[in-house]
Design a protein around this ligand. Structure first.
Ligand SMILES: [Zn+2]
Length: 415
């Protein structure tokens, strides 16, 4: 099969490839076999899907998102992190004990992710094993791939939202066993954040991560009060990251959301150990955490990708996340004097960077399964003759999920 249209992809940070009326050739498994400037001469026998003047872009990877908080997106955002957790996020997450409710909201979440062109995720569930399995089912059914984590929380939770250490271990074992039936969604170990887990649980999680070769996701240096809390809980650790390192969870492929207040030493530890920083610009502003030093981290060679952080972030749509990332980096520029993120860079971080976490190559690449969106920008393209670069910029600021006409994930058309 051949897809024809205006191809736009980001092979490297800051680099944009534009192929007007280009073609992507796919084999039966949905793997890209050729990227061409025009319809190949030997294409006669093949099905050609012609998207005309539409934009064929890379799909998005949301690298930090809390599934159970989706129904409360855009609520309680006048509160700082720890108050917001207690007043809004924890009571909402408690509702996921109800599997019928879980089915309803997770089906909707999966559909909305695809509708907005997000085809890969690294996601938090709640501490409920059954609801987590339902979430994984719904994501896989919608065509999404990636990692989902059952949350571990055996202290500092809320009434009805906390496990005993024994329960947390037993339920995580059960969950990991059940996860074997999934093919596109895999498990990631998820201590909610250091204050949520006892030393005993952290030790078990770290051991399990190594023994079973499982990735880890959590939060790092998001908010001043949180950092102070971690310091009091672990007086033996000079910095927040060391509370993960102490238990073997600071390793290649570990995903840390926020890192708003990570200083040079913490950043150096990220770089050295191959830990990813997930930039959640909207959430960082919404719950008054601050603005992360994204440019510094990129310059220092840290792996960075973007997260909606719903529901600290109000928008699941990654186009909004790109816009917020650019804007936040412009605010940070006043403080650091370092350049803000360009359109091409934000596009790279929302797509290629996340896809690379899952082993994909650069932009659209021969040998990769297709992850793409077809975007119709005619609604806001009021004049003609704009370059594809200009059209991408307008799309980042003006597109809505309804402008996405088609979505391809793992080589299959899913919208
Ligand atoms: Zn989060």
């Amino acid at each position: 099969m051949i897809l024809k249209g205006n191809l736009l992809f980001a092979p490297e940070l800051g680099k944009l490839e534009c192929l007007p009326n280009g073609c992507l050739r796919l084999n039966d498994a949905g793997v890209i076999t050729e990227i061409c400037k025009q319809l190949p001469e030997d294409a006669q026998a093949e099905e050609v899907v012609d998207y005309g003047d539409k934009l064929i872009m890379q799909s998005f990877a949301d690298m930090h998102v809390h599934a159970p908080q989706y129904p409360m997106a855009a609520m309680g955002l006048d509160l700082p992190l720890l108050d917001w957790l207690n007043k809004y996020a924890f009571p909402q997450e408690r509702r996921l004990a109800d599997t019928e409710y879980a089915r309803k909201i997770y089906r909707r979440l999966a559909q909305d992710l695809i509708a907005g062109g997000t085809t890969r995720v690294v996601m938090f569930s709640s501490l409920h094993t059954d609801a987590t399995l339902i979430l994984m089912e719904e994501l896989e059914k919608a065509g999404i791939s990636g990692y989902v984590g059952k949350v571990n929380m055996d202290r500092n939770g809320a009434e009805g939202l906390q496990e005993t250490t024994e329960e947390s271990i037993r339920e995580t074992e059960r969950w990991l066993e059940e996860c074997k039936r999934f093919t596109q969604i895999r498990p990631i170990l998820t201590p909610r954040f250091t204050p949520s887990c006892t030393d005993e649980l952290m030790e078990w999680l770290g051991k399990t991560a190594v023994e079973r070769d499982l990735p880890v996701q959590s939060h790092l240096s998001e908010n001043d009060a949180e950092i102070e809390w971690v310091r009091n809980l672990h007086p033996d650790c000079a910095q927040y990251w060391e509370t993960y390192a102490k238990y073997g969870m600071w390793k290649k492929g570990t995903v840390m959301a926020h890192c708003v207040h990570s200083d040079a030493r913490e950043r150096a530890a990220m770089k050295e150990h191959g830990v990813w920083m997930i930039y959640c610009a909207q959430s960082n502003a919404n719950i008054c955490s601050g603005t992360a030093a994204v440019r510094q981290m990129l310059d220092e060679g840290i792996s960075v990708a973007l997260g909606s952080d719903v529901a600290g972030g109000a928008h699941l749509f990654m186009v909004r996340v790109m816009e917020d990332s650019i804007r936040s980096s412009k605010i940070k520029q006043k403080e650091t004097g370092l350049p803000f993120l360009t359109t091409a860079e934000a596009y790279y971080l929302a797509g290629t960077a996340g896809h690379r976490y899952f082993g994909a190559k650069s932009g659209f690449s021969v040998g990769d399964k297709l992850h793409a969106v077809v975007l119709d920008d005619s609604r806001f393209a009021v004049d003609e003759g704009r370059t594809l670069e200009e059209r991408l910029e307008r799309a980042i600021y003006l597109a809505q999920p309804t402008d996405i006409l088609a979505v391809y994930a793992e080589g299959k058309k899913v919208k």
